[in-house]
Design a protein around this ligand. Structure first.
Ligand SMILES: C[S@@+](CC[C@H](N)C(=O)[O-])C[C@H]1O[C@@H](n2cnc3c(N)ncnc32)[C@H](O)[C@@H]1O
Length: 333
């Protein structure tokens, strides 16, 4: 079995820099899918002209935005600067969305620092012409914490709507069987219990998602090098619930390309961007790899395996085993 992962690219900048020469997009450029379904732009989410050019003429019905929010990238920015930056891509998103559309935003709350930036972002969103609809929490299996606090295992997801978009309720059902009886209610004069009344044997996800496995290196969908990859299952749930086949989906922070791949799998079109050419390349290669092999990621290898079939065993980034463990230490909030 191969054991050839990339290290986390955010903390091994020399590795990232080495990969840039293998990237087909330079800053400002757009990749148009030869199959005609998707677009990937190496652009800044806050660059109005670049985003207008990328979207050009299309009005997506769904946006799934997952900005950097662990503040690693914003160490020198104040929370106000982060909020101002967020407002600019939020407004950009709204400007290009269809008149009936959904906007989902993944964001973290640092419990060691005033629950920022989530709290500040939610307040900022009150000024925007969208309707707040739900505040979803996805539960991670692994977390961070100390012996003196509750372990942090949550990933927050905000759901807003513009106009009157679709909501396909079937998408909300999980694989978790209903096991609790009770909740008696009279229907047409007959006392019924909840199992009899329900349309499904399984429970609805609701706004606390406990049934989604966090990505780790043993999973086929793993894309080593990425430090903030979302599981396909949660992106697919959003896409199924809030779009229809053939719709356009917008994601301005592509990273591992989870939204792009989920859109392909579910017969939607994705317009996605990343400011970093390396993550644009990874997203495009993930799509191409899926089309060629049916695989969702690289598990024990990586997207640049053709150019770099064997990574050095003892380089600065450590042994393959070390890199694998390091890649597992994803950013969790
Ligand atoms: C949290 S990750 C997104 C994870 C993604 N949802 C996934 O499942 O792989 C954030 C990404 O945003 C990119 N990014 C940071 N600032 C950006 C900007 N101003 N415009 C576009 N992309 C940006 C980073 O390079 C990073 O790849």
């Amino acid at each position: 079995m191969k054991n050839n992962p990339l290290p986390r690219l955010d903390i091994t900048s020399d590795w990232r820099d080495g990969l840039v020469r293998h990237c087909r997009l330079k800053p400002g450029e757009v990749w148009l899918d030869p199959d005609g379904a998707h677009r990937v732009g190496c652009v800044d989410a806050t660059d109005k002209d670049a985003i207008a050019g990328l979207v050009s003429g299309v009005h997506p019905t769904l946006a799934i935005q997952d900005p950097p929010y662990n503040l690693v990238a914003f160490q020198r920015r104040s929370i106000q600067e982060y909020v101002d930056w967020s407002r600019s891509w939020v407004q950009m998103t709204q400007a290009v969305l269809a008149k009936d559309a959904s906007l989902y935003v993944w964001l973290g709350a640092d419990q060691n620092d005033g629950f920022q930036p989530l709290a500040d972002f939610m307040v900022m969103m009150r000024d925007e012409p969208v309707v707040p609809r739900s505040f979803i929490t996805m539960r991670n299996q692994r977390g961070y914490g100390t012996q003196k606090n509750w372990m942090a295992v949550r990933q927050e997801l905000l759901y807003y709507t513009k106009g009157n978009p679709v909501f396909n309720i079937e998408a909300e059902y999980t694989d978790i069987p209903k096991i609790l009886r009770g909740y008696y209610k009279k229907v047409n004069g007959v006392v019924t219990e909840n199992m009899e009344r329900s349309k499904s044997d399984t429970i609805r996800a609701g706004n606390v998602w406990v049934d989604i496995q966090q990505v780790f290196y043993r999973m086929e969908e793993n894309v080593s090098g990425c430090y903030a990859q979302k599981p396909l299952k949660c992106i697919e749930r959003i896409i199924r619930a809030s779009s229809n086949k053939g719709d356009y989906i917008l994601d301005l922070f592509a990273h591992s390309g989870s939204t792009l791949l989920a859109a392909e799998i579910l017969s939607r079109s994705c317009i996605t961007a990343d400011i970093d050419p390396v993550f644009c390349e990874i997203a495009i290669r993930r799509l191409e790899h899926f089309r060629k092999t049916g695989k969702l990621g690289w598990q024990n290898s990586h997207p640049f395996e053709n150019e770099m079939p064997e990574l050095s065993v003892d380089g600065e980034a450590g042994t393959p085993r070390h890199r694998q463990e390091q890649a597992t230490e994803r950013v969790l909030f």
